[in-house]
Design a protein around this ligand. Sequence first.
Ligand SMILES: Cc1cc2nc3c(=O)[nH]c(=O)nc-3n(C[C@H](O)[C@H](O)[C@H](O)COP(=O)(O)OP(=O)(O)OC[C@H]3O[C@@H](n4cnc5c(N)ncnc54)[C@H](O)[C@@H]3O)c2cc1C
Length: 397
Amino acid sequence: MTRSGRFLPSTVEGTIPAPLYLSFAPTEEQFRAECRSWLEANVPRPGLASGDTREGFAAHLEWERTLFDARYAVVSWPAEYGGREASLWEWLIFEEEYARAGAPRRVTQNGIFLLAPTIFEFGTREQQDRILAKMASGEEAWCQGWSEPNAGSDLAGIQSRATKVCGGWVLDGQKTWTTRGAFCTHLFGLFRSDPDSERHKGLTYFLVPLASDGVTVRGFGRLDGDEGFAEVFFENAFVADDNVLGGVNQGWSVAMATTGSERGLTLRSPGRFLATTTRLIDLYRSMHGDTRSKALRQRLVDAWMRAEAYQLFTLDTVTQLVDGGAVGAESSINKIWWSELDVELHEIALDLLGAEAQLEGAWSKGYEFSLSGPIYAGTNEIQRNIAAERLLGLPRA
Ligand SMILES: Cc1cc2nc3c(=O)[nH]c(=O)nc-3n(C[C@H](O)[C@H](O)[C@H](O)COP(=O)(O)OP(=O)(O)OC[C@H]3O[C@@H](n4cnc5c(N)ncnc54)[C@H](O)[C@@H]3O)c2cc1C
């Protein structure tokens, strides 16, 4: 379907704006129906153990392989890497159906949703051919190696370094908070490649096999009991030149493309929050009268409106992207919006459940994880700084 009259308001000259027309094309609805019926037939029941445990991670990878074999792992990618060449609209539809079906969370997400868009943009053809199909099938799983013990919010303060040697680079230093690092096979990370540089300059973006000599991965537990984090140590670890992504000393601008994906469109699409809102409304309906206070009802409606607003905002973002635009600093507002909405949705559920929340695993586990949303992908304080300076033009704090 053409874009006109679809998600963009058209105006009748000199009169009131024409109504906003929100509908998907028949072919897109057909695609939705195919996804829905495949997911209904294939989503594992009961659900899998947490993908942040070793056993759960392995079970999730098996599921990812099933998705890949049915060409649902990376619907928007080229067919040669396992995709269906689906449009961004169809990708959104797939994401919505995936969350609606309660399908397992993607343990490959940091590769597929963060690194892959960066590889499509900056990678050589050789890198794309070498990496993308194996990433899509789950044969290789990628983790994000940016944070260090003394560089989290202040990413430009990283101290891990890369030294040029014949045919490649030697890496030294330490990364931390590496999600599922203990189970992954590869890491994408930033290293200081120009020893005389400071801050954002002189950094290079490396693609590192974790089995390389000189790399030690040490997993550690989270407060919720899962073991999905790792510290990664580099001691004289060699990586070949063809593992530089996007040019030597160009790492900062390449990394900013990854953060655009992380905070903007791909990491948390609206389907996830629409599905949580639907579950929450069902929970509210199932509760006894006494528990369903007016105040909770107001909060529920407010959260539902915020989830719907997020979807409309995303449709607008996709419209801009389809028109050749790019996601800029607005991705920071996006990140604040979905992360705070997720906390609120889970808080409402816990308030509804009261003491029962202790017995009900899914909402309390979800609540614990939602609390990390305002921290990962760059804390919300940092996102507010970005919005203040780049969108509102306020002076630096
Ligand atoms: C669940 C989870 C998964 C993660 N996964 C990964 C991963 O896979 N890979 C990876 O590299 N990292 C990962 N991280 C790390 C994450 O990116 C960092 O925790 C985050 O960037 C904050 O860094 P920090 O923890 O060092 O806190 P700090 O930077 O020390 O910040 C501490 C507090 O100070 C505030 N603050 C700092 N600077 C400013 C400022 N200039 N203005 C206002 N307030 C400020 C922060 O907002 C925060 O509240 C993950 C974190 C979590 C919680």
